[in-house]
Write a protein that binds this ligand. Structure first.
Ligand SMILES: Cc1cc2nc3c(=O)[nH]c(=O)nc-3n(C[C@H](O)[C@H](O)[C@H](O)COP(=O)(O)OP(=O)(O)OC[C@H]3O[C@@H](n4cnc5c(N)ncnc54)[C@H](O)[C@@H]3O)c2cc1C
Length: 398
């Protein structure tokens, strides 16, 4: 294995793999380093939903990603599970107080040309016969393409490999090395690798990695839990979610744990719990809806899985008897303003960051790869990157 490259990308999630593929496509010599395996973190452990991000700040990244995933689906032998039609969301309303948040979310989706409709209780019962009686209605949002996120990330990595990128897994980057104010490579448990450009795409661990070069990134982790059932006959025709669950554009997610809160044993902070029921075409039902401030590797907040199960049975009573086969969690990389960090870091020449995609890393991953490759190669970007500038929160030295 060559120990030098033009660009080293750290992180084998959807963001790092997309950047490696786009750089390799445009002829850049790239080496991707991943400490475990491709898609071993959030990129292989999420819902795999692709939908309009309800803002034109990230809308172009979403459209580019969706187009790239469709193209990849048509050339890869891996089944990405990506269909041509959206599953459609229905936001369930069980209390009067939930109508406003649901309408706000639906109208934000409509800005992207998505079909929406307010449903009364009879229309909801007709659309979703297994939903518990007593719901007041819902909002239909004609969006939500489902894919297999681990398959997508793996197919992206294999495409990068086929285009000439070198990929090295089980290689833990311990330090971003700098010389005279610019990056010179990385130090890993497998030795030193040299490059003039280092891309920090380490997901929620991107801040830990940046600290090794003396810089602080405004990022924190938000753990989410998922429960998976055995395949069963159709119980939900749409993606069913609780009102107010999806973060709106610009919303940052859970607050950071403070030292005082930690001292008072208020850690993890009260989790943010909602509900998302997703029955895939295979019949398996995926249940989720939690965000917990994450500060450590041991998975915190396991108790929310029981609350998610309670809420799911409350929404669809027939789920009560369905066998549960797996429960797992992943950590989303959250920025302070809800938008990703994509661009050059101030102060250290050659250090590029791409992280902080929150709950939208699959939605924005392909487009992030294209934008990052353009910025790294000094080409005109296809989208204005100002809102993603990693220096926008002010530079803090670690
Ligand atoms: C429960 C849940 C549901 C979600 N649902 C959706 C959804 O439906 N749609 C959507 O768009 N998004 C969803 N997301 C968010 C999405 O999963 C993330 O935004 C996305 O996976 C982030 O990708 P990433 O490449 O930045 O990070 P990651 O997938 O975390 O990848 C980072 C990689 O860097 C590696 N790494 C870290 N440090 C080092 C180091 N020092 N050396 C080498 N390698 C290192 C890690 O091992 C990891 O593999 C969900 C997330 C969760 C948790």
């Amino acid at each position: 294995m060559d120990r030098s490259a033009e660009v080293i990308v750290v992180g084998g999630g959807i963001i790092g793999c997309s950047i490696a593929a786009e750089l390799a496509r445009s002829g850049t010599q790239v080496l991707l380093l991943e400490r475990y395996e491709i898609a071993s973190a959030a990129s292989g452990r999420n819902h795999g939903l692709i939908f309009y991000p309800q803002t034109e700040v990230t809308g172009p990244l979403y459209r580019a990603s969706h187009e790239m995933y469709r193209r990849l689906r048509d050339v890869t032998e891996i089944d990405l599970g990506l269909g041509d039609t959206p599953a459609g969301f229905i936001i369930l309303i069980s209390h009067e107080s939930e109508w406003d948040a649901a309408e706000t979310e639906a109208r934000a989706s409509a800005l992207g040309g998505v079909e929406i409709e307010r449903l009364d209780s009879a229309q909801l019962a007709e659309a979703e016969p297994n939903v518990a009686e007593g719901h007041l209605g819902g909002w239909f949002i004609g969006d939500g393409y489902v894919l297999d996120p681990a398959a997508l990330t793996l197919a992206t990595a294999l495409e990068a490999d086929a285009l000439g990128a070198a990929i090295k897994t089980h290689t833990d980057v311990k330090q971003i090395m700098t010389r005279k104010g610019r990056t010179s490579g990385v130090a890993t448990d497998k030795g030193i690798f040299e490059a003039d450009v280092v891309v920090d795409a380490a997901g929620p661990w991107a801040s830990k990695l940046a600290r090794s070069a003396g810089l602080d990134l405004a990022l924190q982790g938000a753990r989410g839990w998922l429960l998976l059932t055995q395949a069963v006959a159709p119980l939900a025709r749409h993606l069913l979610e609780s009102s107010g669950w999806h973060l709106m554009a610009g919303e940052p997610g859970p607050l950071a744990v403070t030292v005082g809160g930690f001292a008072a044993e208020d850690e993890p902070r009260a989790p943010d719990v909602g509900l998302l029921i997703q029955q895939n075409s295979t019949g398996h039902v995926l249940l989720g809806g939690s965000r917990i401030s994450s500060t450590r590797d041991d998975p915190e907040g396991f108790e929310v899985t029981r609350e998610i199960a309670r809420r799911a049975v409350g929404a669809i009573p027939a789920l009560s008897e369905v066998p549960l086969t797996a429960v797992w969690s992943g950590v989303r990389p959250m920025s302070s303003d809800g938008y990703p960090l994509i661009g050059w870091m101030p102060e250290i020449e050659g250090l590029f960051v791409a992280s902080g995609h929150g709950g939208q890393g699959m939605i924005l991953g392909g487009g992030t790869g294209r934008l990052s490759a353009q910025l790294i190669r000094g080409e005109d970007p296809f989208v204005d990157p100002t809102a993603f500038d990693p220096g926008r929160f002010g530079l803090k030295r670690a």
